[in-house]
Design a protein around this ligand. Structure first.
Ligand code: ZN
Ligand code: ZN
Length: 191
């Protein structure tokens, strides 16, 4: 069991040991975040199951290359039939985190890149919260569907066509009638 990198909270890791080690050193952890903590990341998503997956840290020359492979169950509304449903979304993260303090010399590092979410703090804590939050938002479908062949709602009476059939007739206009009606309109215009 490694004492070099310590897990603090679910998405926070002390990477002091990793930073002191040689280039190429890696650490792998299981990620598991209860629903209440995933919910706290952002109001815009509604999770119904814990986040689970794995994280791998790799010590590079200047940074800690971080890979996350995880999934979480979310509650969505179907864009066709408007029914609520739960679905599992998978997401991956590949990012380089920059130490804000050089662990060898104690010097403050000034060249940290332009993303605050990717900075390892002065206590050598690497926090995945923000990158995980962004990854979940990006992984959410823009037009969620409860099933691939969701039939949606009847545009006339609003019946959910997945569960019931209504008597409404779709107004499908035969192209031949279409041509005829155009002719009629033309005649109307002329008269
Ligand atoms: Zn649907
Ligand atoms: Zn109908």
């Amino acid at each position: 069991m490694s004492t070099n990198s310590i897990r603090l909270q679910a998405l926070q890791f002390s990477v002091a040991g990793l930073l002191k080690g040689p280039m190429g050193k890696t650490r792998t952890y299981e990620l598991r975040l209860p629903i209440s903590q995933v919910d706290q990341l952002d109001e815009s998503f509604d999770v119904t199951g814990p986040l689970s997956g794995a994280v791998r840290f790799l010590r590079t020359g200047e940074t800690v290359f971080t890979e996350v492979d995880a999934s979480v169950q979310v509650h969505l509304e179907c864009s066709r039939c408007l029914q609520a449903f739960d679905t599992e979304i998978d997401f991956e993260i590949k990012e380089e985190f920059h130490p804000s303090v050089d662990i060898g010399t104690g010097r403050v590092v000034t060249d940290l890149g332009d993303d605050d979410a990717l900075i390892i703090d002065e206590q050598h804590v690497l926090d995945l919260s923000e990158v995980v939050r962004q990854a979940i938002i990006l992984a959410l479908p823009i037009t969620p569907t409860c099933q691939d062949d969701c039939k949606g709602l009847c545009p006339t009476c609003g019946t959910n066509r997945n569960t019931k059939t209504c008597d409404c007739v779709d107004e499908v206009i035969d192209p031949r009638w279409d041509a005829l009606s155009m002719l009629l309109e033309l005649q109307d215009d002329e008269s």
